[in-house]
Design a protein around this ligand. Structure first.
Ligand code: SF4
Ligand code: SF4
Length: 320
């Protein structure tokens, strides 16, 4: 039996994916040019892995030689909770409130690929969730899941931008999806709201200035230039997505309860972090993406936020 677009969509939705689209697996020439330009400007900061495997990022047939299509899939993770903004607490980015999405989506991908192979044993595939040399966002745009917003996240008209993206490279040919035009229009809300001016121009983020990078991937100290500019973010930052009108109007609650905050992890007491030992850290964040910074990184972030507070207090004292 032949695997059709309709069959993939039906199976994927049954497994829990919210969006599915199909793109021809041609070379990503323009996207690679933009990536190389971004790298030349050193906007990747310490993410050296972004410099590697450019050839594979451009041409997925170097990953799967028989590649004909890329199936792009999205999982909505929006849950309806807000921050208390209590003094002494640090905010965690929405994507990291619940269970680490990698585990969930890897399982879903495996299930989908197995089901498709059962229908036609000649179906070959390789799948990724932001862990391999695959430009998930570029494929999501090509597969019509949405457009890239000026903050560089993908936006869908029915979901906003709170979703994870996965890609399946396959030897199968499909009917290909129509791309969605850019609906950012004249809006600049994300650029205006970014407290560190990390969106250096429309569709370009300098990671050296981005709170998400500085608090998660960054292995070094956070430069003092950013003291007082983090707006209470301890792990990641959602400001540019929070202010986006598409998220304000169209966010839909995820059908995965796993993305609700575990142990109230949307905000964390900074002193609790500073006094935490490795065992407590691993226990509190056992299934969470927060593990990624390791305890050392989380303590650095907490100290940095408190540094901002004490400097602000010093300034008030001095001005009195
Ligand atoms: S995540 Fe935060 S710091 Fe990074 S671009 Fe968006 S608003 Fe700016
Ligand atoms: S805030 Fe405005 S400019 Fe930024 S991504 Fe959303 S719609 Fe586009």
């Amino acid at each position: 039996m032949k695997i059709t677009n309709e069959l993939v969509v039906e199976k994927a939705k049954k497994i829990g994916f919210d969006l599915v689209g199909f793109a021809h697996a041609g070379e990503l020439q323009e996207e690679t040019n933009r990536l190389e330009q971004w790298l030349r400007k050193k906007y990747q900061a310490g993410m050296r892995y972004m410099e590697r495997n450019i050839d594979k990022r451009k041409d997925v047939s170097l990953i799967l030689p028989e590649a004909k299509s890329v199936i792009s899939l999205a999982v909505n993770y929006y849950t309806n909770h807000s921050y208390s903004n209590q003094k002494g607490k640090g905010k965690v980015s929405r994507y990291a409130w619940g269970k680490d999405y990698h585990f969930l989506i890897w399982e879903m991908l495996e299930k989908l690929e197995t089901e498709l192979r059962k229908i036609d044993s000649s179906f070959k595939s390789k799948s990724y969730v932001d862990t391999g040399p695959v430009m998930d966002k570029a494929w999501a745009v090509k597969a019509g899941l949405g457009w890239m917003g000026k903050h560089t996240n993908i936006i869908n008209r029915n979901y906003g931008s709170w979703f994870f993206i996965a890609s399946i490279i396959t030897n199968y040919e499909f009917g290909y999806s129509t791309t969605i035009p850019d609906f950012c229009g004249s809006c600049t809300a994300c650029i205006d709201a970014c407290p560190t001016d990390a969106i250096v121009s429309e569709y370009v983020v300098d990671s050296n200035k981005c709170i998400s990078y500085l608090t998660i991937e960054n292995k070094n100290d956070i430069p003092d230039d950013f003291i007082g500019k983090f707006d209470g973010w301890l792990f990641g930052c959602d400001i540019c997505q929070d202010v986006c009108p598409w998220n304000k109007k169209f966010s839909v609650v995820s059908h995965f309860p796993e993305f609700n905050p575990i142990n109230n992890n949307k905000e964390i007491d900074l002193n609790e972090v500073l006094n935490m030992d490795t065992k407590q850290f691993k226990q509190k964040f056992s299934e969470s993406p927060v593990l990624r910074t390791k305890l050392k990184g989380l303590k650095r972030n907490a100290e940095f936020l408190l540094k901002g507070k004490s400097d602000a207090a010093d300034n008030i004292e001095q001005s009195n």
